[in-house]
Write a protein that binds this ligand. Structure first.
Ligand SMILES: [Fe+2]
Ligand SMILES: [Fe+2]
Length: 138
């Protein structure tokens, strides 16, 4: 890959991270709204599955970028991803029990965690990738 192609690929990756974060948060909002309005379990599960699928792909894409560009904090970032996926699985089990308020609190807690992840670990990663994109020969 030429340095120009490498820079373009990195700039594209940072832009797509932003889009994927917006989709992730919007899926959380949809899920919360569905639970709040007392939507049927089938719809809540469908939204949750969509969120899990989207999150899996998004995390894999970030992990690939970290590996490809020798990101030092790979392991700790990976652990945060694994933790969120585990919590989403737990949420899936919890949705069969509990009140709508419990479910909304769980969803809100996870959403807040994701916002913190985006504002800290992902922000640092995006800055690193942007720096690499600006450097010749990366
Ligand atoms: Fe991340
Ligand atoms: Fe992310």
């Amino acid at each position: 890959m030429s340095s120009r192609e490498g820079s373009t690929e990195l700039s594209y990756r940072v832009a797509s991270m932003d889009r994927e974060h917006a989709s992730q948060l919007s899926l959380f909002n949809d899920l919360k709204a569905a639970v709040r309005s007392g939507a049927p379990d089938s719809l809540v599960y469908a939204l949750l599955n969509e969120l899990v699928e989207h999150t899996n792909l998004h995390f894999l894409s970030e992990q690939l970028a970290m590996k490809l560009h020798a990101y030092e904090a790979y392991e700790s970032h990976l652990l945060e991803h694994e933790r969120l996926l585990l919590e989403v699985q737990n949420l899936k089990h919890s949705l069969t029990a509990g009140t709508a308020t419990d479910k909304q609190s769980l969803i809100e807690a996870l959403r807040s965690w994701l916002v913190v992840h985006i504002q800290t670990a992902d922000k640092t990663l995006a800055e690193y990738l942007s720096t690499r994109a600006a450097q010749p020969g990366t």
